[in-house]
Design a binder for this molecule. Sequence first.
Ligand code: AMP
Length: 277
Amino acid sequence: MMIVTSMDELRIGRAMLDEPVGLVPTMGFLHEGHLSLVRKAKEECLSVVVSIFVNPTQFSPSEDLDVYPRDLERDLRLLDPLGVNMVWTPTPDVMYPPGFQTWVEVEKLTQPLEGARRPGHFRGVTTVVSKLFAGLQPQRAYFGQKDAQQAAVIRRMTNDMNFPIDIVVCPIVREEDGLAMSSRNKNLDPQQRQAATVLYRALTEARQAYDAGQRGAGELRRIMEDVIAGEPLAKVQYISCADYDSLDELETVQGKALLSMAVYVGKTRLIDNFVLQ
Ligand code: AMP
């Protein structure tokens, strides 16, 4: 497994890879969710590259960049047995050298949901992913449905910018009690960890109502709000029932829809979603 940091090392390593090359972009502190993307990439590509970079430009000053968990040694130990060919661990200086001033921005899709609560977040994401794409030039790139809006934004950007890359979106991997795996779960104490199952319970109740025929988006949002309100350690940031493609809030669910939410448990901000179709 090659480990590269600088753009020069990346170029030399890239030239040694058999194609198709699959890229799995991550911020590290890997868990089964990330590893599921790696396994999928391994099935479909002759070479797999995992990037590990806690991208400062997608965090606002008030966010958790400083406490974002990091453990490169552990990440490398998890990746090696999966047959990953190369790990790219750029430093902030490699990605944002002095004088950096070029940004990639997706306009409309980044406005609601995460974009509305995390100003500048998607500008950071699309810029760094463009740089990963341009630097590595993979044939395929793997993302998780866990970050549903991110996946939609990356698809849009890839299309709009003519990147010749297939975007593959993989299902959410969950703990046994339903909590979506996330590097941020590490910041939950045992009581908060227990309370964090409330996101999955809220989504499940809304889906049960949908399965029983409920099509009122307001009613589905209310069901989720009520479940979260029953958990004293949880505080809703947003709850949404939106059109799957446009991410516009719905009145009535007709086609494919996205139930999604951001909830604080203590200081930790958790997101989760279900697709209705
Ligand atoms: P992150 O390191 O949080 O930036 O995540 C890197 C990639 O892994 C993103 O495409 C995420 O959507 C994906 N991912 C994170 N958690 C999960 C999960 N529980 N299941 C599936 N994919 C995930």
